[in-house]
Design a protein around this ligand. Structure first.
Ligand SMILES: Nc1ncnc2c1ncn2[C@@H]1O[C@H](COP(=O)(O)OP(=O)(O)OP(=O)(O)O)[C@@H](O)[C@H]1O
Length: 542
């Protein structure tokens, strides 16, 4: 039902067109069949032109119906891909992290294609059901008692079909869960290639227990569900031939039915074979699409709120940014493992160079994500220039204040969204400053390469941040991969330059030999911000 609603919502006109042309195709084929039947018993003299005209209508209608269906299918897949991508980006980061990339990938690939294929089946299902109803009407006109016999057989067929079909649907759900697990293994396969290659036992265990194990379970479940559907479809066809057998071999022995009626009945039933076969076979595809749609719903993706529609002017500066008693907790199954950050009170201003330090797992990155609006605080408030952020429009504008480079940064090979007159010259200047001119060129707003060492890639991420030219810069252990010379350049020249330009800069770092360069040193311990240390107490040199 969900599928039908979705289809009606997204392409009502195309659906109507597909059904109308499909019905015209079915009706003209039925007309051809009726004429053939009449001709066989010598009742269609002089109707050759009707036959030719019906052939032309059947051809055109069939072509139009398939063309509309094809166009509709690709339109729907396009629409789903676009909508899903947009909705993923409108979903809170925390939710996306909880889902994991494998589930998102499964949705973007498998679910979209199953839903697309299932939606394609629906118009055909409607057309074929209409043709079947039309045939039943014709049969009622030929002989009511024979129709009742046929309907009796059909009722047995439907009843015996439903039970295995439900089992098959259950198996499809299991298969879909297994597919999620398989994609997680694929993730491991690509991310852990080095570790798997270097350790034979680990590799064999991974292949045997994870990849092959899940893959084999999936094959078993898929094959069983396919076999049930095939058996079901064959059972339906068997009943169908049983009806023909009954008409041809049993009914004549009772007498009372003329040969014209029997011929008409048999031909109609033969004509029903194709739509009936198609209806029976489509249950598998519709079942898969229903399961996929359920998975897409279960992702719980967000929608772009209405307040974000239309133009949105980004703030170019701020005076004072306050975090007031903000908290964040990572929820886990066991409360023992729960990490709570905050409540945190913090005020930051332009022109300040602030270092955020603390042990591994003390909450620095979490605080950074809260600060720049990637996570929403569970309690407390973020106040920008005296005004607390309330709706999504406030938060979206707020996020435009920041340029950030996280540890797991993404390097875009094009300067997306950075159209400016002097972009190329500026980028060239920064490339020189970052000592990358011998490696990378900017060509038509794109980087000539991103295949570089990790330290060089981080410098390119810094280049993008420079070009964004926003009022607040956040670096999460940026210098960790830099050589000592460039590390010194970063702390002693690049950061002070940003400060001189009036930028607020927050640097997450473990490099204690540079702590003395910060205006303020914030220290986190087990999710709590310690009282700020005075300049005199800071380590100077390691
Ligand atoms: N995605 C997540 N899901 C659940 N818990 C998380 C997640 N990310 C972090 N945590 C937990 O939150 C705590 C703080 O993590 P966070 O990454 O903020 O620490 P950090 O101070 O930046 O550490 P490091 O110096 O190692 O980068 C950790 O104890 C970690 O277990």
């Amino acid at each position: 039902m969900n599928l039908l609603k979705m289809l009606l919502k997204s392409s009502r006109l195309a659906l109507v067109l597909a059904v109308v042309t499909g019905l015209a195709s079915g009706a003209s084929s039925a007309g051809l069949l009726a004429l053939t039947g009449a001709a066989l018993v010598g009742k269609a003299q002089g109707m050759g032109w009707y036959f030719a005209a019906l052939c032309a209508v059947a051809l055109l209608a069939r072509f139009a119906s398939h063309a509309v269906l094809n166009w509709m299918h690709h339109g729907l897949v396009f629409q789903m891909r676009t909508e899903l991508g947009t909705r993923m980006l409108a979903t809170p980061l925390r939710r996306l992290e909880e889902l994991g990339s494998h589930r998102l990938l499964a949705a973007l690939t498998a679910d979209i294609s199953f839903v697309g294929a299932g939606l394609m089946l629906l118009p055909q299902l409607i057309i074929h059901l209409a043709i079947l109803i039309g045939c039943l009407g014709y049969m009622a006109w030929l002989s009511r008692p024979l129709l009742l016999t046929t309907l009796g057989f059909m009722a047995v067929g439907i009843a015996t079909y439903m039970l295995p079909a439900r089992r098959s649907l259950g198996l499809m759900r299991t298969a879909r869960e297994l597919y999620d697990r398989l994609l997680k293994h694929f993730d491991t396969l690509s991310e852990g290639t080095k570790e798997l290659k270097m350790h034979r036992e680990r590799r064999l265990a991974f292949l045997r227990e994870d990849l092959v194990g899940t893959s084999a379970s999936l094959r078993k479940v898929d094959a069983l569900s396919g076999a049930i559907d095939a058996a079901n479809s064959s059972w339906g066809m068997l009943l169908f031939f049983a009806i023909i057998g009954l008409l041809l071999f049993v009914v004549p022995t009772f007498g009372g039915v003329d040969s014209a009626t029997l011929t008409g009945f048999s031909l109609t039933i033969l004509y029903m074979q194709q739509p009936l076969d198609s209806v029976l076979n489509s249950f598998h595809g519709v079942g898969q699409a229903t399961v996929a749609l359920g998975k897409l719903d279960a992702l719980g993706l967000g929608q772009e709120p209405p307040e974000l529609q239309g133009s949105l002017e980004s703030p170019r500066a701020f005076e004072r940014l306050e975090l007031r008693a903000i908290t964040h907790a990572y929820r886990r199954d066991h409360e023992d493992g729960r990490f709570l950050l905050g409540p945190i009170d913090l005020t930051l201003r332009p022109g300040e160079l602030v270092f955020l330090v603390g042990g591994n797992g003390s909450g620095k990155t979490t605080l950074a994500k809260l600060l720049i609006g990637l996570y929403s605080p569970e309690s407390g408030a973020v106040i920008l220039d005296g005004k607390p952020l309330t709706d999504e429009r406030d938060w979206e504008r707020y996020r435009q204040l920041f340029s950030s480079v996280f540890v797991d940064f993404c390097l875009f090979d094009r300067m997306l969204g950075l159209e400016r007159q002097d972009l190329a010259e500026q980028a060239q200047r920064y490339l020189e400053r970052l000592q990358l001119t011998h490696k990378v060129r900017i060509e038509g707003g794109a980087l000539s390469t991103t295949s570089l060492s990790q330290g060089q890639r981080k410098r390119l991420a810094l280049l993008t941040a420079y070009l964004e030219d926003r009022p607040f810069y956040l670096f999460d252990e940026w210098a960790a991969d830099q050589d000592p010379v460039f590390k010194a350049l970063f702390y002693e020249q690049l950061l002070p330059d940003l400060k001189r330009r009036g930028k607020a800069v927050l640097v997450i770092t473990h490099d204690d030999r540079y702590f003395h360069l910060a205006d303020r040193l914030l220290r986190l311990e087990y999710g709590q911000l310690l009282p700020e240390e005075s300049q005199a107490l800071r380590p100077h040199g390691s």
